[in-house]
Write a protein that binds this ligand. Structure first.
Ligand SMILES: [Fe+2]
Ligand SMILES: [Fe+2]
Length: 298
């Protein structure tokens, strides 16, 4: 099946989530987070289901380890800054649109997939720290949703996703290769890219969703995510029981960001315990997304 056909089927799928107008407005505002009118934005968030509470839960989670509990969105913005808040909000909203209960694929395991997403965010942050990238921990949340295209398949085209996972397991090939075989060269990035356009997802988040497998040479953040994704993708394949590596580091990317393979290997060997730490000690999984927001499955 080729890319155009998949996109037509996605568009036609009765399971494809409709984007609430409140979310459209929030995405639009967050395109330029430093220019938005804070009071207006706060009341917009409050009007949308339990989003305000969910945001505060995330902000008060162990991930941020703030010195004191944050009780209002205004305080959260003050402590974390609008750029980080933007990431948190976009990640919560996007993930909520493809909740676990709507997933229909039998071969796809959301728990393991979510471990991969967390792992990619952790590995990317480690790389960012090693190269003294100024954003450091700031871009954890937007990386959590880098593979949103896979969730779209789980909800709208579960049979295709089943076939991709079965093929990878049967033939001991990487998921990327299996995707390419089943989708005539297309990948979950193409699906994610289409989604970003359709939903006008803020452009910096969209860039990562679109290009994390083939980052542009001048896009440092996506290059970091690419390397983090290779590390965590290999971890993912292992927990799925597939011996083959998910992807290889691209040498020109390693060279261009001034990191060596030894450092990447070290990040890779520490990843499993870091993910375990997040699972055991962070309350990212304790969020009540049930009102309108998708289940977090960590
Ligand atoms: Fe990916
Ligand atoms: Fe990934």
């Amino acid at each position: 099946m080729d890319k155009e056909k998949i996109l037509v089927l996605l568009k036609k799928s009765s399971s494809f989530p409709s984007l609430p107008s409140e979310v459209i407005d929030i995405f639009e505002k967050l395109e330029y987070p430093l220019e938005l009118e804070i009071d207006e934005f706060k009341s917009q968030i409050k009007k949308y289901g339990n989003l305000n509470e969910v945001i505060l839960d995330v902000v008060n989670s162990n991930y941020f380890s703030l010195q004191r509990k944050v009780n209002t969105l205004g305080q959260a913005i003050k402590f974390l800054g609008m750029k980080t808040m933007k990431e948190v909000i976009v990640a919560i909203l996007l993930k909520s649109l493809f909740p676990k209960r709507l997933g229909r694929s039998e071969e796809f395991d959301r728990k393991k997939y979510w471990e991969h997403c967390v792992g990619t965010a952790l590995a990317s942050n480690e790389i960012a720290k090693k190269i003294n990238h100024p954003y450091g921990n700031q871009f954890f949340f937007k990386i959590l949703i880098h593979d949103i295209g896979v969730l779209a398949l789980d909800v709208c085209m579960p049979d295709l996703l089943d076939e991709i996972y079965s093929l990878a397991k049967e033939k001991e090939i990487s998921l990327l290769e299996a995707e390419a075989q089943m989708m005539n060269g297309a990948t979950h990035c193409d699906i994610g890219s289409w989604l970003c356009k359709r939903w006008k997802i803020p452009s910096d988040v969209a860039k990562i969703i679109r290009h994390h497998h083939k980052p542009k040479i001048n896009d440092l953040r996506t290059k970091i995510v690419h390397l983090g994704d290779v590390i965590s993708g290999n971890y993912y394949q292992r927990i799925l029981g597939i011996e083959k590596d998910y992807n290889q580091f691209k040498q020109e990317i390693i060279d261009s960001i001034n990191i060596n393979e030894k450092t990447l290997d070290k990040i890779s060997s520490n990843l499993q315990s870091k993910i375990k730490n997040i699972k055991e000690n962070y309350n990212l999984n304790l969020l009540d997304y049930n009102k309108f927001i998708g289940d977090v499955v960590l």
